[in-house]
Design a protein around this ligand. Structure first.
Ligand code: ACO
Length: 377
C-alpha cells in the first residue's frame, strides 16, 4: 500500500539552518539560539538581519541594516492613493495581498532573481510592509494615512503610523517582542508556499503575495483573530469553562490551540502569556486574560493528551488588543513579522533550488471514454 503523507506531515523536502523546532518538548530556536533569548535580548530588526544573513550581525552591520530599513519606509504615493480607494468592506489581508502585488509594479528590480536583488527587495519589503499595513488600517478606519518617521524603531514606527500617536517605550518593547516571536517558524504553510513559488524561479513579490494568501486562512495566521472572536463570544470569565466544554463535546475546534508540529506548549505562547499576564495585572482591565486562563486549563485537562496545547495565536490577540489594535489587523501584523522569515527562507532555498513538484496517488476512474454531451444522461 502506498503511504500518503496527508498535509505533508513529517515530509522533509530541504535543509535549513534558520529555525529548529522540537515539537514534543516545545523548543524553538533561530540559528541555534532559543526563542526566549531572542525575545528577551534582541529586536525584530536584529532577528530579521540574522535570518537573512544566517548569523548574528556585528553592531556595524546592524546599524547599516537599520538605516537601510528606515530609508526605505516610505511607499509610493500612488500606492497610498490606491489603498485609500479600496472598499472599506475589504478584509485587511485581501488589501495587503493586493497592495504588495501593486508595490512590485513600482520596483525596477522586481523581476530580478539574483541573490543580491532578492536581498535588496527583502529589505524594502520588510520596511514597507509596516507602512502598507498601517495605511490599510488607517484608510479602513477613515483616518488620514500617517507617514513613517525615521527616528523610531520598526515596532515603534508601526504603532505610530497605526495610531497617529507616539507609543510609550513599554508599548514599543511589547510590540517588538511580538514581532520577534512571529518572525520565522520553519516550514509553516505560508513559508512553504513562498518557497514553492520561488522554486519555479519566480520573483520575490510573487513569492510574498503567495505567502500572504496562505497566511490568511484561519488554520494558519487567521487564528489569532478567531481567538478574539471566541473571547468576545464567551464574554465573561465565568462562562468560559462551560463554553469550551460544550465546544469540545460537540467536537468543534478551539481556535489558538493545537499545532501541526508542537505537541506540547508552543514556547512563543509561554512568552506571550507572561506579558499578557503582566499587562492584565497592571491594568486590571482585561476579561480576556482570565477567559484565556480558563480555556487553557480546560483544553490541557481534556485534550492535552492528544498533544493539543495553546499555540502562539492563543495569547497574541490579547497583547495586541491591550495595545489598542483592532482584531481585524492581527493577521496583517502576523505578516508584518513573518515577512522576514519568508524572505530569508526563499533566499536560503534559492541557493540550492529544486522545483517543488510533489505527486498524488491517482484514485480516479480508469478505462473511461469520452461521451458526447448529447449522449450523457
Ligand atoms: N481544538 C480541538 N481539538 C483539536 C484542535 C483544536 N484546535 N486541533 C486538533 N484537535 C484534535 C483533532 O480533532 C484530532 O482529534 P481526534 O484524534 O480525536 O480526531 C486531534 O486533535 C489531532 O488533530 P489534527 O487535526 O490531526 O491536527 P493537525 O496537525 O492537522 O492540526 C491545526 C493542526 C490545523 C493547527 C489544528 O490544531 C487547528 O485547527 N487548530 C486551530 C487553529 C489554529 O489555532 N491555528 C493556528 C496554528 S499556529 C499558526 O499557524 C501560527
Amino acid at each position: 500500500m502506498t503511504n500518503i503523507a496527508k498535509g505533508l506531515e513529517g515530509v522533509l523536502f530541504t535543509e535549513s539552518k534558520l529555525t529548529f523546532i522540537n515539537g514534543s518538548e516545545g523548543i524553538l530556536t533561530h540559528l541555534g539560539i532559543p526563542i526566549q533569548e531572542w525575545a528577551q535580548s534582541s529586536t525584530f530588526e536584529e532577528l530579521s538581519l540574522a535570518l537573512l544573513n544566517g548569523q548574528l550581525p556585528s553592531a556595524a552591520e546592524l546599524a547599516a541594516f537599520d538605516a537601510h530599513l528606515k530609508a526605505n519606509r516610505a511607499i509610493p504615493e500612488k500606492l497610498v492613493e490606491e489603498i485609500a480607494s479600496f472598499p472599506r468592506t475589504v478584509a485587511p489581508m485581501q488589501a495587503l495581498r493586493t497592495a504588495v502585488s501593486y508595490l512590485g509594479l513600482f520596483d525596477p528590480q522586481a523581476e530580478e532573481t539574483s541573490e543580491a536583488a532578492r536581498r535588496d527587495i527583502s529589505i524594502r519589503l520588510i520596511a514597507q510592509f509596516s507602512t502598507i499595513i498601517a495605511a490599510i488600517a488607517r484608510s479602513r478606519e477613515g483616518q488620514p494615512v500617517v507617514a513613517p518617521r525615521s527616528d523610531l524603531t520598526h515596532a515603534g514606527n508601526f504603532l505610530y503610523m497605526l495610531t497617529g500617536k507616539e507609543p510609550s517605550a513599554e508599548q514599543t518593547r511589547l510590540f517588538d517582542i511580538a514581532l520577534v516571536l512571529h518572525a520565522d517558524h520553519g516550514m509553516n504553510a505560508s513559508t512553504f508556499t513562498a518557497i514553492a513559488t520561488s522554486s519555479t524561479l519566480s520573483d520575490m513579490y510573487s513569492c510574498v503575495v503567495s505567502a500572504i494568501g496562505a497566511l490568511k486562512g484561519p488554520l494558519h495566521g487567521g487564528a489569532n483573530e478567531a481567538v478574539m472572536d471566541m473571547l468576545d463570544e464567551v464574554g465573561v470569565p465565568e462562562k468560559a469553562e462551560a463554553y469550551i466544554n460544550a465546544k469540545l463535546d460537540a467536537k468543534e475546534k478551539i481556535m489558538g490551540v493545537g499545532h501541526r508540529v508542537y505537541k506540547y506548549f508552543d514556547p512563543r505562547s509561554r512568552v506571550l502569556r507572561d506579558y499578557a499576564e503582566v499587562v492584565a495585572n497592571k491594568e486590571g482591565k482585561s476579561n480576556y486574560y482570565q477567559i484565556l486562563e480558563t480555556i487553557e486549563k480546560v483544553v490541557v485537562d481534556r485534550i492535552g493528551s492528544k498533544g493539543i496545547y495553546p499555540n502562539v495565536d492563543f495569547y497574541s490577540g490579547t497583547v495586541y488588543s491591550d495595545l489598542g489594535i483592532g482584531k481585524e489587523y492581527f493577521t496583517p501584523i502576523f505578516a508584518l513579522a513573518r515577512i522576514s522569515g519568508w524572505c530569508a527562507s526563499v533566499m536560503e532555498y534559492a541557493r540550492d533550488n529544486r522545483l517543488l513538484r510533489p505527486d498524488a496517488v491517482y484514485t480516479g476512474a480508469t478505462d473511461a471514454h469520452y461521451v458526447k454531451l448529447q449522449d450523457r444522461i
